[in-house]
Design a protein around this ligand. Sequence first.
Ligand code: TYD
Ligand code: MG
Length: 458
Amino acid sequence: MAKAKTIFFCAECGASAPKWLGKCPHCGAWNSYQEERIEKETTTETRSKSWSAPGKLDAPRAIPLKQIQTGTTLRLETPDSELNRVLGGGIVPGSLVLIGGQPGIGKSTLLLQVAMQLPAKILYVSGEESEEQIKMRADRIGTFASECYILTETNVSKMLNQALDLQPDLLIVDSIQTLSSPHIESTPGSISQVRECAGELLRFAKETNIPVFLIGHINKEGEIAGPKLLEHIVDCVLQFEGDRHNTYRILRTLKNRFGSTDEMGIYQMQSVGLREVSNPSELLLSQKDEELSGSGVAATMEGLRPMLIETQALVSKAVFGTPQRSATGFDMRRLSMLLAVLEKRCGYFFSMNDVFLNIAGGIRVDDPAIDLSIIASLISSLVDVSIPANICFAGEVGLSGEIRAVNRIEQRIQEADRLGFKAIYVSKYGMKGIDPGRFGIRVMTIGKVEELKGLLFN
Ligand code: TYD
Ligand code: MG
């Protein structure tokens, strides 16, 4: 009997090697190779000849680009407008969408909700929960508008046979790590299984034109477990994130072949499932009666949506030798950079102080326009002078302390105006061709971080 073939795969990038390697030559990761048994491959002889085989003219032919018709594929709109937005306007037929997230963040809830509310025929396959568990969750969420079928199956071939039989309008798989292919010997969740099952699902989606949603687990580094290859295979990668102790959840697009990757959807986890949050600013500004030092408001943009968000800093005397730096929802290195700018350019010293930074709502913000509000919060807490509650900020801070222009400044100003702010601080470089007088709100333009000192902290 032929010896079973084993191959070593890199868990980071999916590269393979016949022997174990300490360092992956492709991605440079250390100690990432894992052994896996795989099926017998076709011999190289048959492979090298396959392309020259005669009688293959029924295969798809190349078509001139200008002859390809567009606008014929209709997207399947879900009743969940946040999800539609993140997908770039509904579900594309035949697409494969991966949703990643930490355990317990609400991935199964989100997709079960879609399965229950989309007026179509849905097949929800779960390898994680029993039918009763799913029914109990469905009862919590409430109303049914769809023809939703539940299947508990982990064998990918059996599952796809059922799907072919049922011909649903959408197939949901919870999760890719529980699936296994009978052609491969390694355990479910291993690299070769994940790769094989995802490949199988991709072929299914493309051949039947049925869209497939896949749930994927996240490893402790916050990346989708299994090879990076999975992210290359699928059409769209969404990440469901949020602080477990907070009720807000964000659905972010990391990759989208059919739309922009700047979009995000916001939800709130409630006892009856996830609720869409269509007006995030009003929730992300903490309601407080008195003005406290260290708190500022940033006018940020997430995708095409303006969002006002509170930044809170606490600067206190360091008790131990090395001062602490801690940031929630903000990049630590960027915080160090902003602190260095404040020390070097404005003469505010933090080296004897602990610095804690928090973005309200447990939300991670990537928009650089939040910098100015963070700088203002840091100074405010250090000098213990509060920032008036009706002021907000939008500006990126550069290494020399200059306030840089940010995109879509008019939209940010309008949103701040709509929410009743009296003044907004923006970069003077970003107001070219825009008349500050035409907004109801006062627009304060500044060019350097130092200017904040005289304007706010005297
Ligand atoms: P779940 O969808 O199982 O998370 P995942 O599939 O990402 O692991 O969500 C689990 C959490 O959501 C659980 O801690 C309970 C909470 N939850 C609610 O608060 N309300 C609800 O209506 C539901 C269904 C779950
Ligand atoms: Mg789950």
